[in-house]
Design a protein. Structure first.
Length: 346
């Protein structure tokens, strides 16, 4: 296992190296213009036979590589050397996120799905010892992130979520709840909860029955309604640009509305809470207040505890490259010193 202690220096590489390249090219171009002003190009070349075109490029390459190595060293690459089981107190939390096309409706800004993802990201920021998993669902449900305490991985997986991540469209809330139940480890004894984030347009199964079965196993099912009662059309995109709105078989624009009644019934069956999201508040904060009241139980998780610094390697490499660059001259070797510049060719 490895990590960078100060990864901001890695981003600095993207800014500094292009800047160095621009300065180098500017200086090279400036020199060429000055030489042209000095006199005839062929005569100038014969007057300066030892000037090399390739050596400055080599020196610049060595200098740039030294800068990259230096910045990597400042980022401080660290390798985990010891795995320990850490005891934590928390709960198991599964988030079931609706990724059906109706979640692209823009009655929440920028749309229902992106608003949901931002809210989940903020939730992850606030988690400490709880274990988190993510399920995506439309016509069927899929595990996007197995339950874990690795919040960094959760953020990465969250970024990849879109409506095209599942092959079958629809809204199968019951399948998502059932899959969440299968993902839990009921032998560890931790308190468990499911948060369903959807617009509530369930067309596939009996979500209330699935929530009731979860409640029977002491798993609370909370629901968050994404959308408005007025609803909105569903945009259709092609190559990243909106080209139309989704239409039904009669050619009428489809308007998707929040099914608040359904979501309240699911939450009631799951002994949980229902919250309607808005642009100001996605509702996860209110749900988390309820979850925080649940009993925290101890569980073990393995993680790297000891990390060894490896910045020295890259600093040494940078130093070696700078020394090599220093001893490389811009002039060619002395083999050409005997050339008679003004020898007349017969």
């Amino acid at each position: 296992m490895y990590r960078f202690e100060n990864d901001i220096f890695l981003w600095a590489i993207l800014g500094i190296i292009p800047l160095i390249l621009i300065v180098f090219l500017f200086i090279q171009n400036w020199r060429k213009r000055k030489l042209r002003q000095f006199g005839n190009e062929e005569i100038v070349k014969r007057l300066m036979p030892n000037v090399s075109k390739t050596l400055p490029i080599i020196k610049f390459t060595l200098y740039a590589l030294a800068m990259v190595s230096l910045l990597i060293g400042l980022a401080n690459l660290q390798f985990g050397t010891k795995v320990e089981e850490v005891k934590r107190e928390g709960i198991d939390l599964m988030i079931a996120l609706d990724v059906s096309n109706s979640m692209l409706a823009e009655d929440l800004s920028p749309n229902r799905l992106e608003r949901s993802k931002r809210a989940i990201f903020q939730l992850i920021q606030k988690l400490h010892n709880d274990r988190l998993g993510i399920i995506v669902f439309a016509g069927d449900a899929y595990v996007q992130l197995p339950i874990t305490t690795d919040y960094s991985s959760a953020k990465l997986f969250l970024e990849t979520i879109g409506t095209d991540i599942v092959p079958t469209q629809g809204t199968s809330i019951g399948a998502a709840i059932n899959l969440a139940m299968e993902s839990f480890d009921f032998e560890n004894g931790t308190s468990k909860s499911i948060i369903v984030i959807t617009d509530g347009e369930n067309h596939e199964d009996d979500a209330k029955e699935a929530a009731s079965e979860a409640s029977a196993k002491d798993v609370l099912v909370h629901t968050i309604g994404m959308g408005s009662e007025k609803g909105g059309p569903i945009p259709v995109y092609k190559n990243g640009a909106q080209i139309d709105f989704r239409k039904d078989n009669q050619g009428n624009t489809v308007v998707t509305k929040l099914n608040e009644t359904m979501l309240k019934e699911i939450a009631a069956a799951g002994n949980g809470s229902y919250v309607r999201a808005s642009n100001a508040n996605a509702g996860l904060g209110i749900i988390m207040e309820e979850i925080d009241k649940m009993e925290k139980k101890e569980f073990g998780s393995k993680s790297f505890k000891d990390y060894e610094d490896r910045f020295q390697i890259f600093l040494i490499i940078a130093l070696i490259l700078i020394i090599i660059e220093y001893f490389i001259s811009n002039r060619r070797t002395s083999k050409l010193d005997g050339v008679n510049l003004f020898e007349t060719k017969k």
